[in-house]
Ligand binder design. Structure first.
Ligand code: CA
Ligand code: CA
Length: 337
């Protein structure tokens, strides 16, 4: 009888423990972590592109209804007091408004590559965390012309990304001009733990000898990216440098989205940069703790396969391998370079 009572008690305790464990697993699985936000400083993005529209960042301070019942997104008011009126998806620093159309194609292509790394490589397990990756649209350049200069727009865009809490800034551009305001803005982003993934440039030269900015600023949050072809050889156009280029990734003949719902191929260190941003965003989306982003990303970079033939071309001796498709080379004509 006593033994029977013991087993009954034992079973009840076991049952309770199992319920607690199941509840914990369920809670863990359903927990929604904050999104990883990648600020794409570029020529704008086609935010209605079928492959991108689900991934565009939304400023929650500019959505919903205001006290007069108007939609905050279109009420011509700075509802969140960040200094920008109706900045729902980002900001156009080229013309200082909220119109984000991409008249070049470069920004939409870059956004698609980042998005592809995240959503085409999904392999979620119970250990994975439930984070989205969102793209903040920051337009700094337009082939039709801008009211603001390229560097000024870039600096303002970096400050916006820092203010609005992006974790990663993708900057698929650059030039020979060093700029103190730009360096300070990236340093401020670094103090907030924000990473800056920047293109090493497309002049086919050694940037250890003469810099390419922002890739070449000596700041710990910058990851500068050169380009490889599908055979894991340095692209002819890619800049390189044992101390100033951190990593190489496939940047040739990359297939991605283009404005008006189209798709196409472009090549450049711009594309390689987007591959790295996307891969890092994916890695961070699977982490529960986002403190010390630089440390986490260094661990991620150390995990990448080595290629000794390329060790004179970059600092970290690592290569990110991704799928590469199709043929064609379109170089982005950058005003800065
Ligand atoms: Ca605002
Ligand atoms: Ca508003």
């Amino acid at each position: 009888m006593k033994q029977g009572l013991f087993y009954l008690k034992y079973s009840v305790v076991l049952f309770i423990l199992m319920c607690v464990a199941l509840f914990a697993i369920q809670t863990f699985a359903n927990e929604k972590f904050d999104s990883i936000v990648v600020a794409v400083i570029d020529t704008g993005i086609d935010i209605r592109h079928p492959s991108l529209k689900q991934s565009i960042w939304i400023n929650s301070g500019e959505t919903g209804l205001d006290e007069m019942g108007r939609d905050k997104a279109h009420n011509n008011k700075d509802d969140d007091g960040n200094g920008f009126i109706d900045d729902v998806y980002g900001w156009n620093f080229c013309d200082n408004n909220n119109k984000l159309s991409d008249h070049h194609g470069h920004g939409t292509h870059i956004a698609g590559i980042i998005n592809n790394q995240v959503y085409h490589n999904i392999n979620r397990t119970l250990q994975s965390f439930n984070r989205d990756v969102k793209l903040m649209v920051l337009k700094y350049h337009d082939p039709k012309g801008c009211k603001s200069g390229v560097i000024h727009s870039t600096v303002e865009a970096i400050r916006y990304a820092t203010l609005m809490g992006a974790q990663i800034i993708n900057y698929s551009s650059g030039g020979m001009t060093k700029d103190l305001a730009e360096e300070n803005a990236i340093q401020e982003a670094s103090r907030k733990g924000i990473l800056m993934i920047a293109a090493a440039g497309n002049q086919g030269r050694n940037i250890d000898q003469r810099g390419y900015y922002p890739a070449s600023y000596n700041l710990k949050n910058i990851i500068s990216v050169g380009s490889l072809n599908s055979k894991e050889k340095l692209s002819l156009y890619s800049n390189f440098g044992r101390s100033r280029v951190d990593i190489l990734a496939v940047g040739e003949q990359v297939y991605s989205s283009l404005p008006d719902g189209k798709y196409g191929i472009m090549s450049g260190t711009s594309q390689a940069t987007a591959v790295v941003s996307g891969q890092i965003a994916k890695y961070l989306s699977e982490r529960s703790d986002l403190s010390n982003l630089t440390g986490q990303v260094n661990r991620f970079l150390a995990m990448q396969p080595k290629n000794n033939k390329l060790k004179d071309k970059m600092k970290l001796g690592v290569v990110l391998k991704v799928d590469n498709r199709n043929i064609q080379s379109i170089q982005f004509k950058k005003k800065r370079s």
